[in-house]
Design a protein around this ligand. Structure first.
Ligand SMILES: [Zn+2]
Ligand SMILES: [Zn+2]
Length: 308
């Protein structure tokens, strides 16, 4: 089952000619899951061909403008296009007041249900049949959350030859067994799933830090992620500045990636001072992690299911 990560905005704080403000779209089975919603997000969505009437959730990391000022425009554009599906928005305290202010003051007619959830405590945020979302507090200059999207384990591999050998007719019984249900054959023989199905298979895990500094709790939160999307506002030479502002550098992002044993690292929230990604990428690779890239607007990653 395919999963794509599309970087709609990769700038930090202010937009540049090449980078829009933070917004990351995860396209999964027809659903859009957004991390942050920077200004101009709806134009980036048009360019990326994402559509405005899909099932969709937005997870806002914090109430700094670069991460959430895209919400009014997004909601207004969706209404003008007669969106009908519910939009769920999650984020820290202040989110509800902000959305309420838009609804009260901006002249438009909301055409779809808006469900706003403020997150007070880290840990479990929400779930769907096939995945869960968790949050943790980052070390930043405002209350800021990191998020992880964790797919639930998939049923184990089904072995048709074993099922045939046991005389189980192909069809409904095969499907039941594959989904973990014990079945009874016409001759009375009971077959348990583990007789024809392998062990549960891991799903994918994607972690997005939003803005923030290194912490051991982030390492634990990002453990074994297939993809870690990390704040990289400043280069290593500006480590002191990063510390003051509650941001990270390439080598700090790599430190987390290595300690957490993540498979792939993408650096984002790039300061406008960097005209190209070269320096940041060079510093990240020098820190000893090869599977790392600097995000660019409209970069798209296909994240395959883990083997096994
Ligand atoms: Zn920011
Ligand atoms: Zn911030």
């Amino acid at each position: 089952m395919s999963l794509q990560v599309i970087f709609l905005g990769t700038a930090g704080s202010i937009p540049t000619t090449k980078r829009s403000l933070p917004a990351i779209a995860i396209k999964r089975k027809g659903e859009l899951i957004f991390f942050d919603c920077g200004e101009g997000v709806q134009r980036q969505m048009v360019k990326a061909g994402l559509g405005f009437n899909r099932k969709m959730k937005v997870f806002v990391t914090h109430m700094h403008g670069d991460h959430m000022l895209g919400l009014p425009g997004l909601i207004q554009t969706m209404s003008l296009l007669d969106r009908t599906k519910k939009l769920e928005i999650y984020g820290p305290a202040g989110l509800e007041d902000f959305i309420e202010a838009i609804e009260k003051t901006v002249q438009f007619t909301l055409t779809f249900p808006l469900e706003i959830s403020e997150i007070e405590n880290e840990g479990f945020v929400c779930e769907e049949k096939e995945y869960e979302v968790y949050a943790m507090w980052m070390n930043h200059s405002a209350p800021a959350l990191a998020y992880s999207l964790v797919e639930k384990p998939r049923p184990g591999r089904f072995y048709p030859e074993k099922a045939k050998a046991l005389g189980i007719p192909k069809g409904e019984l095969w499907s039941k067994l594959q989904h973990g249900t014990t079945v009874k054959l016409s001759k009375g023989r009971i077959v348990k799933p583990e007789e024809v199905v392998g062990l549960l298979r891991k799903g994918r895990k994607i972690v997005y830090t939003g803005d923030g500094k290194f912490s051991e709790s982030l390492v634990a939160f990002a453990e074994d992620a297939d993809l870690l999307i990390h704040d990289c506002t400043f280069d290593d030479e500006l480590e002191e500045r990063a510390k003051e502002d509650g941001h990270s550098t390439p080598s700090q992002a790599v430190k987390t990636a290595k300690k957490a044993k993540v498979k792939r690292l993408i650096l984002t929230h790039i300061s406008a001072r960097y005209k190209t990604s070269e320096l940041l990428l060079e510093q990240a690779r020098k820190s000893g992690f090869s599977n790392v890239d600097v995000a660019e607007d409209f970069m798209q990653l296909d994240l395959p299911l883990p083997q096994g």
